[in-house]
Design a protein around this ligand. Structure first.
Ligand code: ADP
Ligand code: MG
Length: 727
């Protein structure tokens, strides 16, 4: 009796166990499982070797060969246990994205036998014949060797069947061929410069880092529709396409509910991110239909950038599984908001002091204003350089298009910080407080609530947002290293000048606190022109900015001139981030990439026009012609001219658009062919910008007009209304 009752209970449990969904694993169970992090190192490396690795990560101490050898053994065992069969040095070439060359752990030898190899030497350095990567003349063809070298500060990870080792990529003559090398150097430069200034404020032995929290915007389109758009496939943006009747007028997409199919993609993406230790936190719809954003919690800049690049490749693979294509281009659709990658940047110490956060005491607030003033001065002096670091052929579509900051760098501070600076400007010497040790610095207390209280200004390219600056001008497809490296480098350079000046004042007998106060005041006074809290989208601002002497160049090829200007060379040389040779190579590469992008777009557009659009338009025209001539058989003279008039006009319109589109496309192709013959990269890029870009806009006008006329059934490409609304 008893037994049978128990049996019934057992059966009920068994039934439930089948019915109940297994609980979803907690994120903490799998977070970072694909990363060779401390937890995994504990299982595969001895404590002695681990200590050496930690030292290398934390203090930048170079790992000795025999230690690297042991790390390689542990790393390989871990990777194989994770199912990896190959390894790759993972690096960031100047073409954008990341590059990998896969080698198998298996090393076949002799007759049908194989051993598995992965040594310290392989881990630390690889030679790669990388002559197909842009190098701006740094590698002569007879010396085409490049090297990838391990960056232990960014952990190795397993992706798919391969162990990926983050590396820098340099030439045989040690010049940087990637984004990571100068970034790492800029981190050293800013850490050193900040550490020196922090000593005045009594802070020592606290490591300094630059931090980055990016916000990645992107579009999703259905894979099957994408496959029918050669322009999306080849140029990553629609080169033609009439706007749909409804796009973002209703502004109902922003923070609206996320479509179910997209949500599944996002969940899957987050799962993959967590496995790789990418701390993604926020997801939401963006302004445009089919536009979304994903953002992590901020990290040390180098790690944050590696994570952003990893995310971008993960997005592509995960989207594929869900029948989507992810578009990271800054402007995939005309007339609809483009995508950016806001870069939230700050500097701080290991113990948690945010140097761009206001404090509670006078001294902390002087420290805050000091770092703020130096960042502002750095950005003021190098506003053209900062802009050049974010200006690309694709991002140029977005800047200044009433959706993103204009192609002019300025900074928004908000009322409270502006007031604090104004107080500083009008303050006189320090006053010794009666009976108390200490000084009143004449700086108003900045309320604690301040952080959440900064007024927002969405139109500012470099906005202070309470404890960081948000650089909003970066493009969605960019490797944001390029901008972050500039911010680190120019700030480091400026802080070195600040320290020299303070030291000079002190040497002349000024008390340290007064020297700091005076120098901070002068630093801010010298760069006030960079501050602008008004509407950055307005025409008045463009005029005002020009008056203030801010760089207003909108042509990317001309903007790149600043990369090798005497000032930039001095800043990079002084901070040890890049040499003149490297800077010159970089401007060459920027021109080269710009030209290639425009050339591809122009050729795809010419091809689409000639082979896809015009034949269809002609076919529709003949349908109408046929109809009109048949009408003649039914209707007599006067009646005919009434009923056929509309169609005859359409036939004429089609004929006009066809002939104009053809002539323009032909003219454009002829120009492209001619420009391709230009040898000098700068002149070539300028010609592409000045001659080809305007052509592309004109061709589009006629093709888009034809889209509105030609029978929808005949139109050969998916239209905006199909591409932009996921069902
Ligand atoms: P928004 O309101 O601009 O959309 P989000 O909350 O989406 O802001 O993103 C803000 C980003 O800024 C996040 O990645 C966040 O971690 C990052 N962030 C916050 N504080 C700092 C800081 N001190 N330094 C750098 N990044 C920061
Ligand atoms: Mg933001």
């Amino acid at each position: 009796m008893v037994n049978s009752r128990f049996r019934a209970v057992e059966e009920a449990f068994a039934k439930e166990a089948v019915v109940a969904e297994p609980p979803a694993p907690a994120t903490s169970d799998y977070y970072g499982c694909n990363v060779f992090n401390r937890k995994n190192m504990r299982k595969y490396l001895s404590s002695e070797i681990r200590q050496k690795v930690y030292e290398s990560i934390e203090k930048g101490v170079t790992l000795e060969r025999d230690v690297a050898e042991q790390v390689a053994v542990g790393m390989k065992r871990w990777a194989q246990d994770m199912g990896a069969t190959h390894y790759t040095h993972w690096f960031q070439p100047l073409t954008g994205g990341t590059a990998e060359k896969h080698d198998s752990f298996a090393d076949p030898y002799g007759k049908g036998e194989s051993i598995e190899v992965f040594s310290g030497k392989i881990l630390c350095q690889q030679e790669s014949d990388a002559s197909s990567f842009p190098n701006g003349g740094l590698r002569n063809t007879f010396e085409a060797r490049g090297y990838t070298a391990w960056d232990p500060s960014s952990p190795a990870f397993v992706m798919g069947d391969r162990l990926c080792i983050p590396t820098v990529f340099i030439s045989y003559t040690r010049e940087a061929l990637d984004y990571k090398t100068p970034l790492l150097k800029s981190e050293v430069a800013i850490a050193d410069a900040v550490t020196d200034v922090l000593k005045y404020f009594g802070i020592e032995n606290d490591r300094v880092f630059s931090y980055l929290g990016w916000e990645q915007e992107y579009f999703l389109v259905d894979s099957s529709l994408y496959a029918e758009r050669p322009d999306l496939i080849m140029a990553e943006r629609t080169l033609i396409g009439h706007s749909s009747a409804r796009n973002q007028q209703l502004e109902d997409h922003y923070f609206g509910s996320i479509p179910a199919r997209v949500l599944e993609f996002m969940k899957d993406l987050e799962f993959e991110c967590y496995k790789l230790g990418i701390p993604v936190k926020t997801r939401h719809n963006e302004v445009a239909p089919n536009q979304f954003e994903i953002a992590p919690v901020y990290e040390q800049a180098n790690i944050a950038i590696d994570h952003n690049l990893l995310l971008m490749s993960l997005m592509r693979t995960v989207a594929d599984k869900h029948g989507f294509r992810v578009l990271l281009h800054e402007k995939p659709f005309a007339g609809v908001n483009g995508s950016g990658k806001h870069c939230n940047w700050s500097i701080g110490t290991e113990s948690g002091i945010g140097l761009l956060s206001p404090g509670k005491t006078d001294l902390e607030n002087l420290r805050f204003l000091t770092f703020m003033a130096n960042v502002l001065k750095a950005v003021y002096d190098n506003n053209a350089l900062l802009k050049a670091s974010i200006l690309t052929a694709s991002n140029a579509h977005r800047l200044g298009a009433n959706e993103a900051p204009p192609a002019i760098i300025s900074s928004f501070l908000g009322t409270q910080v502006t007031e604090a600076f104004n107080e500083l400007l009008s303050s006189r010497d320090m006053v010794k407080l009666k009976g108390k040790v200490g000084y009143s610095l004449g700086i108003p207390q900045i309320p604690g609530l301040f952080m959440d209280n900064t007024d927002r200004n969405r139109t500012s390219p470099f906005a202070f947002t309470g404890n960081r600056f948000e650089l909003r001008a970066v493009g969605s497809s960019a490797n944001c290293s390029s901008a972050v490296c500039v911010l680190n480098t120019i700030t480091a350079y400026q802080l070195k000048r600040y320290k020299e000046n303070v030291d000079r004042r002190v040497a002349n007998g000024t008390p340290v606190m007064k020297a700091l106060l005076d120098e901070t005041r002068e630093t801010y006074r010298a760069c006030q022109k960079i501050c602008f809290d008004g509407n950055g989208y307005s025409e008045e601002w463009k005029a005002e900015a020009a008056k203030r002497g801010l760089d207003c160049e909108t042509s990317p090829p001309l903007a790149y001139d600043v990369l090798a200007s005497p000032r930039t060379i001095e800043v990079y040389k002084d901070t040890g981030v890049m040499t003149e040779v490297e800077l010159k190579a970089r401007s060459e590469i920027d021109w080269e990439i710009y030209s290639k992008k425009i050339e591809i777009e122009a050729r795809v557009l010419a091809d689409l026009t000639a082979n896809h659009i015009l034949p269809v338009a002609t076919r529709y025209q003949s349908v109408l012609l046929d109809n009109v001539s048949k009408m003649k058989e039914i209707f007599d003279g006067e009646e005919y001219s009434v009923v056929a008039a509309g169609e005859i006009q359409i036939i004429k319109d089609i004929a006009m658009h066809i002939s104009k589109a053809r002539n323009l496309a032909d003219g454009m192709e002829a120009d492209v062919d001619e420009i391709c013959e230009i040898e000098e990269e700068r002149a070539k890029a300028i010609a592409f910008h000045d001659r080809v870009v305007p052509y592309m806009e004109k061709v589009r006008v006629h093709v888009d007009a034809l889209e509105m006329i030609v029978d929808d059934q005949m139109w050969p490409l998916p239209k905006y209304r199909e591409l932009l609304f996921i069902r």
